[in-house]
Write a protein of this length. Structure first.
Length: 117
């Protein structure tokens, strides 16, 4: 039974889901906006929000925490040096999801997730 299991599975096992979310988050940090399905955007949003909040501390511990989650030195550097100072005075809500609608008949509804300016 799936009691209290609210996360989406995306028809993948645990490692596949983790790799998917990590890859989406890495791309979002490096490009500051990506187009994906609504479900994937909603799933990556809390993941990236926690990383931005952690990187605002700008300590060695926060760098290591973000590094273990993203596994990309370029993304960690950009998150700490560019994005965290941008949101230093903001208490949350660093991303927005804009729904784009369906692109084809059989394609899922698409959305763009991007950092708020």
């Amino acid at each position: 039974m799936r009691h209290h299991k609210k996360r989406r599975t995306f028809n993948r096992d645990k490692t596949g889901r983790e790799a998917l979310i990590r890859s989406l988050a890495r791309s979002l940090v490096l490009e500051e906006g990506i187009t994906t399905t609504i479900a994937k955007a909603k799933e990556v949003r809390p993941f990236i929000e926690r990383l931005v909040t952690a990187s605002k501390a700008n300590t060695v511990a926060s760098r290591r925490t973000v590094s273990t989650r993203l596994r990309s030195p370029e993304a960690v550097k950009k998150l700490h040096d560019t994005l965290a100072p941008r949101y230093a005075a903001r208490a949350g809500g660093y991303t927005r999801i804009v729904k784009l609608g369906r692109i084809g008949k059989r394609v899922a509804e698409m959305a763009r997730i991007e950092f708020v300016s």
